[in-house]
Design a protein around this ligand. Structure first.
Ligand SMILES: [Fe+2]
Length: 369
């Protein structure tokens, strides 16, 4: 029972619909908690959107894809490890992953595989509750989820999935050696800065390839996730089947999550826009079959998000069908002229003359006048 709103619309007394996490993966504010006035600025500094519960969102049953406890553990493992490597200051060809970390990571991946075994379609916007200061870890986890989902769909074995998921969690590890002022620069990057960032694929591969605890395929996830089918990628400009299936999967998962993710200086794109981009680049940059599978496995219009229909009415996505995710049930509450009316649920599988025209970016419309 929750809907997504921009944090610019938060006010005192609202009820939080999904828990918010801090940079180490701990729960910052629990689902169901009332928002106090003193929280609002803090939330705005960290999040671009949140989920709230109210009468309009009644009946939207919302289950977190990754259980809270699992999520906290994954983020904690990643942040602890990243931070300890940073503190040690070892160069990328010197770091030691260590058995403990490798084992923990593998366990986490195994849990995610299990979670996905019971999931036909990802209905939630995974990027929505990622705070800015732990975006890297959430991104790693989300890329692992999307990659595993694709891996499962094309029938990879369990042991391949474990390698793929571990590789996905570590795909950007090379960024640890990119200077922070370049990595977190909000504006446009110079060519030189871009080249520095591009090194992360190579550095990640070097860091991971000599770890005895990890399969060499894990290192290849870091090495190949920026390669593109037409040879326009880096670091080696590989083409077509020169790219390992893990590289092709990672490319789709990584770009999707990077584009929907919110940054302090810009909102993420909505899933439907990103999917359009992936399709426009499929067969060119991305594998067509993988993009097609992805589009059926991730809801274009996530639960609790706001959409505008072809007749101009605005509503919330309240139910998503497994077989027809592009035609959800929408709770309409506003007309083209912006006037509110008593909410009604419209099932788009029954109203084929109406289409979704636009998905709203984190629902910046004030829903109730
Ligand atoms: Fe990357």
């Amino acid at each position: 029972m929750a809907r997504q709103i921009s944090t610019t619309l938060l006010y005192e007394g609202m009820i939080l619909g999904r828990s918010l996490y801090d940079g180490t993966g701990r729960v910052l504010l629990q689902q169901g908690q009332m928002i106090k006035g003193s929280y609002i600025e803090k939330i705005k500094n960290q999040f671009s959107s949140v989920y709230i519960e109210d009468t309009l969102s009644e009946g939207i049953t919302y289950e977190e894809l990754v259980p809270q406890e699992t999520r906290t553990r994954v983020i904690q493992t990643l942040s602890d490890t990243w931070n300890s490597w940073k503190r040690e200051g070892s160069s990328f060809d010197r770091i030691v992953i260590g058995q403990k970390f490798a084992k923990e990571l593998r366990q986490h991946v195994s849990t995610l595989v299990e979670v996905l075994e019971h999931t036909t379609i990802i209905r939630e916007d995974l990027a929505a509750v990622a705070g800015y200061d732990h975006a890297t870890y959430v991104h790693s986890m989300n890329v692992a989820l999307y990659s595993l989902m694709l891996g499962q769909a094309i029938g990879l074995s369990h042991s391949m999935l474990l390698d793929l998921g571990t590789g996905a969690m570590l795909h950007d590890i090379g960024k640890l050696w990119v200077p922070e002022e370049v990595l977190n620069k909000p504006g446009l990057l110079t060519e030189k800065e871009r080249d520095i960032i591009k090194n992360h694929a190579d550095w990640g591969h070097s860091a991971l390839s000599h770890q005895h605890e990890l399969s060499y395929l894990v290192a290849h996830c870091a090495y190949q996730h920026h390669e593109r089918l037409d040879g326009s990628g880096y670091p080696r400009a590989l083409k077509g089947d020169q790219i390992h299936i893990f590289g092709k999967i990672l490319a789709v998962a990584d770009v999707y999550d990077a584009m929907v993710m919110h940054r302090p200086y810009r909102s993420g794109l909505v899933p439907a826009q990103v999917m359009e981009y992936l399709f426009s680049q499929s067969g060119i940059g991305f594998d067509l079959d993988l993009v097609a599978i992805f589009s059926k496995k991730v809801a274009l219009y996530p639960l609790g998000s706001t959409v505008t229909l072809s007749d101009g009415r605005i509503g919330l996505v309240v139910h998503i069908y497994e077989q027809l995710p592009m035609r959800p049930v929408v709770r309409l509450f506003k007309n083209r002229a912006g006037e509110s009316f008593d909410p009604i649920d419209v099932d788009l599988t029954q109203q084929l003359n109406i289409t979704i025209e636009e998905a709203q970016n984190t629902a910046v419309i004030e829903l109730i006048d």
